[in-house]
Design a protein around this ligand. Structure first.
Ligand SMILES: Cc1cc2nc3c(=O)[nH]c(=O)nc-3n(C[C@H](O)[C@H](O)[C@H](O)COP(=O)(O)OP(=O)(O)OC[C@H]3O[C@@H](n4cnc5c(N)ncnc54)[C@H](O)[C@@H]3O)c2cc1C
Length: 461
């Protein structure tokens, strides 16, 4: 079978970005090989190559939509295997500044499961594609280039014994994550150093799994108590596969949740609403807390390069690795898969620089800006607070306040953070009027209060 763009594409890395890339490339290349250092077949637990997989992983509505489109029926399959499906605005409990957003029905799905569960379901679908092969337990050693260095024509990999092998390819797509060595390899091949943008956040995550003896959610599938400028600590609890609840606490700029059980519990008690802390009173811990540190968000500006070898593309965290507390990374990979598909639809091998520029414009720029704007709302975070950013903080603060009273405003806000609508959608005149009416008409609903200050089980708006 001959496909339009070439014979053989090799994908480096079988994380979410690599899997989505392989799915899209399988429509355009005769054969696709996915290389990863880990054992993958039948693996449903967290694996070494994706250490962040032990932490909570929320899939935003936009990512869920794209993944369902690429793998029709996957959502239903995951739900029947134990994932939880709900409405973003109706079945998730959102707290901002300790005040609960008004519940509404957005019509947007959210799926809660562990990261390994999601990844293994997507991987099973990719493994079932007749022209995709997985090469497991292989270390990526280096990109191979033609003599004139103008094209990447393969990749050298090594098995567990250290035996090296060259895999020839018409196209190599690097999805090997944040630790990708492509930028260094390009320098070795005589290309300029890619510009890197780093945004310090000093984030610490700690996660533990529980079995709930009672249902603390009252029908909801997750509780998200968001960090805010006033209290830059947050916590998330979500029902996940295996009849478990994942609980993650996070803090920024070195204020990290401890990984000992008591310290972790105390940290959860200190976030802006008591729901998760209350829920844990009657919960059975299933493991020890596990910590993860994320010092800086990182963006490699490949789209700004002026020279780039043919036959090489990148996707996922290898290009941009974002503050995970906004749960955007997998959705960015899904948006990037859409960009890749568009370039492949032209019926010839994608040209790297136009592809990388579109990747930035379509999938990364907006999310990166949203992340920077949100990070700068925390007083200690370094960076220039331009008048536009300050205005954004003030206006979004008003939107959030209004969203605690008005389900239409809450829904509009959640559509933006689910990456379904651009942030400009919050500036629609009709919505601005609603926001102003609520803000001028009175304050937001009362904060939920810290543990001990709110009656346990008190009804929320
Ligand atoms: C703590 C934390 C929490 C997060 N939470 C969320 C969330 O809630 N929602 C969300 O959407 N995103 C979240 N993310 C981001 C998300 O994990 C990634 O953005 C997303 O998985 C895309 O990553 P990727 O596939 O590019 O890379 P990765 O997931 O890192 O996968 C890279 C793959 O490449 C393989 N590999 C790497 N180097 C080599 C090598 N030399 N040889 C062979 N194989 C190699 C690895 O084994 C791995 O399989 C979170 C990230 C972190 C750090």
């Amino acid at each position: 079978m001959t496909r339009r763009c070439g014979r053989h594409a090799v994908v480096l890395g079988a994380g979410m970005a690599g899997l989505l890339a392989a799915r899209v490339l399988s429509d355009a290349y005769t054969a696709v090989t996915v290389v990863d250092r880990d054992t993958l077949t039948d693996v449903t637990d967290p694996r070494r190559g994706v250490p962040q997989g032990r932490q909570v992983h929320g899939l935003l509505a936009r990512g869920q939509q794209i993944i369902e489109e690429l793998f029709p029926g996957l959502t239903e399959e995951m739900v029947s295997d134990g994932a939880n499906l709900g409405d973003v605005a109706g079945d998730l409990r959102w707290y901002i500044n300790g005040v609960r957003l008004r519940r509404s029905r957005s019509g947007l799905n959210t799926l809660t499961s562990s990261r390994p569960f999601l990844e293994s379901h997507v991987r099973a679908r990719v493994q079932a594609l007749p022209n995709v092969e997985f090469l497991e337990r292989r270390d990526i050693i280096r990109l191979n280039a033609t003599e004139d260095r103008g094209r990447i024509d393969g990749v050298v990999v090594a098995d567990r014994d250290g035996t090296e092998e060259l895999i020839e390819a018409d196209l190599v797509l690097d999805a090997s994550g944040r630790g990708s060595r492509t930028s260094a390899r390009l320098v070795e091949l005589g290309y300029p150093q890619v510009e890197e943008e780093r945004r310090k956040i000093g984030l610490g995550y700690t996660t533990r799994h529980y079995r709930m003896r009672t249902d603390p959610y009252r029908g909801d599938i997750a509780i998200n108590i968001m960090a805010s400028a006033a209290l830059p600590r947050g916590a998330i609890a979500a029902k996940v596969d295996g009849d478990r609840t994942v609980v993650t606490a996070y803090g920024i700029l070195g204020d990290h949740p401890p990984a000992d059980p008591e310290g972790f519990h105390d940290f959860i008690a200190s976030v802006a609403a008591p729901d998760i802390h209350d829920a844990l009173q009657d919960a059975e811990p299933l493991d020890d807390p596990v910590a993860y540190r994320f010092p800086v968000s990182l963006r490699r500006r490949y789209e700004r390069m002026t020279r780039f070898p043919r036959g090489l593309l990148l996707m996922g965290d290898a290009v941009s690795s974002l503050n995970p507390s906004y749960a955007q990374g997998m959705t960015v990979s899904a948006l990037e898969a859409v960009t890749l598909r568009r370039h492949l639809a032209r019926g010839r091998e994608p040209e790297p620089l136009p592809y990388l520029r579109d990747l930035a414009a379509d999938a990364i720029d907006r999310v990166w800006e949203l992340m920077i704007g949100s990070d700068l709302a925390y007083p200690g975070v370094e960076g220039e607070r331009t008048p536009a950013i300050r205005f954004g903080h003030t206006y979004v603060g008003l939107v959030q306040r209004a969203g605690t009273r008005d389900p239409v405003v809450a829904d509009a806000f959640l559509r933006v953070i689910a990456l379904v609508e651009p942030s400009e959608s919050l500036m629609r005149p009709a919505l601005m009027l609603r926001v102003l009416r609520h803000v001028l008409g009175g304050s937001s609903a009362r904060p939920a209060g810290r543990p001990g200050t709110v009656k346990k089980g008190a009804p929320t708006p």
